[in-house]
Ligand binder design. Structure first.
Ligand code: AMP
Ligand code: ZN
Length: 134
């Protein structure tokens, strides 16, 4: 628990939230500023600021929770699709520094925007990046 972390307080139940699911390690809540109907957030109860700080075991379990809740949201709300979004760092759009996964149900012709302009993979970039993983 981090002092002053709003998602720690919500995950622990100190601040009330619209909770869809809870177990020992996670709480899944409705986002207060939904991108679409059913926009939910998966919050681990143990504080990790972002993906880089998240323990492997929590990371693995988070995707299992995501899969289950995604299915329930999509089926129950008759969504046409669903995005998982997970932001790390202000540059990536993270505004709350407690790891969370967005579940964003998608509806044909909705106005949600998770798109980018495709660039081009240069040979120089490709070589530089591949070298990191050799
Ligand atoms: P991110 O930009 O990935 O850090 O996402 C933070 C998300 O948390 C945003 O979609 C906010 O709408 C949402 N949010 C912030 N405060 C609360 C809160 N108290 N309860 C529910 N959702 C919140
Ligand atoms: Zn926290």
């Amino acid at each position: 628990m981090e002092e002053n972390c709003i998602f720690c307080k919500i995950a622990r139940g100190d601040i009330p939230s619209a909770t869809l699911y809870e177990d020992e390690e996670f709480r899944v809540i409705l986002d207060l500023g939904p991108a679409s109907k059913g926009h939910a957030l998966i919050l681990p109860k143990k504080h990790a600021a972002n993906l880089f700080e998240l323990p492997d075991e929590t990371a693995a379990k988070a995707l299992v929770v995501a899969k289950r809740i995604a299915g329930q949201l999509k089926g129950g709300l008759h969504a046409d699709g669903l995005n998982l979004v997970q932001n790390n760092g202000a540059a990536a759009g993270q505004t709350v520094e407690h790891f969370h996964i967005h579940l964003i149900p998608r509806y044909q012709d909705d106005t949600v925007n998770v798109k980018w302009q495709p660039g081009e993979l240069s040979d120089a970039d490709k070589e530089e990046i591949l070298k990191l993983f050799r």
